[in-house]
Write a protein that binds this ligand. Structure first.
Ligand code: ZN
Ligand code: ZN
Ligand code: ZN
Length: 202
């Protein structure tokens, strides 16, 4: 898969003006950025490395293609919930080959969950709202070594149905059929694969 074009790439191609960066920042701030751009950090959504973005903030200067070739190679990325943050040194957007959890995430169901770093496994994880870490399917190590995908799981990463939703359904004394109607669009097979309401996920 080719690297998707972002603001800086398009600016270097002469397709957009430097000033169009303001509208993109506004869209990101307002949460109206579309697709993968809604799920990455602001500087990444612009195609800038962190250093390049800081320079733009200070001096309103965008890197030339020559500068970007040098500064876009490495990036510093802050990960994790605020009380337990890691600063990771990673490849920059210039060297990124999708799919990548940081720069170019694929359309998996955990894409909007916070990224965290597992020091034990050396892989990027996604934190569900029950505070369980699930390996990010876009992590290169996870893709190469299937054993790294094994983890203590509450079911959130495996199903289209959230563990909390299944719990709530169990309270409704509903049959799977009524549950399907309630959730809309989730198949009975998917629900049964999950274990059905009231049972723990396998
Ligand atoms: Zn990347
Ligand atoms: Zn999981
Ligand atoms: Zn969960």
């Amino acid at each position: 898969m080719d690297r998707p074009l972002r603001f800086l790439d398009r600016y270097h191609r002469g397709e957009v003006q430097a000033d169009s960066i303001y509208a993109l920042i506004d869209a990101w701030d307002a949460g109206t950025a579309v697709g993968a751009d809604a799920h990455v950090q602001l500087h990444v959504s612009l195609g800038l490395s962190w250093v390049e973005y800081l320079r733009w903030c200070e001096l309103r200067l965008l890197p030339t293609p020559q500068e970007h070739a040098r500064w876009g190679r490495q990036d510093l990325v802050a990960l994790g919930p605020s009380e337990n943050r890691y600063l990771l040194k990673v490849h920059g957007p210039l060297r990124c080959r999708p799919a990548c959890p940081i720069h170019w995430p694929s359309e998996h169901r955990m894409v909007s969950w916070p990224l965290t770093w597992s020091e034990d496994l050396g892989v990027l994880m996604r934190l569900c709202r029950h505070d369980i870490s699930h390996p990010d399917p876009d992590d290169q190590q996870v893709r190469l070594h299937s054993e790294l995908a094994e983890h203590d799981c509450d079911g959130c990463c495996k199903s289209t149905i959230d563990a909390e939703v299944v719990e709530a359904l169990a309270q409704l004394d509903g049959t799977p059929a009524s549950a399907v109607a309630l959730l809309g669009g989730i198949s009975r097979a998917e629900l049964e694969q999950y274990g059905g309401p009231g049972r723990n996920p396998a």
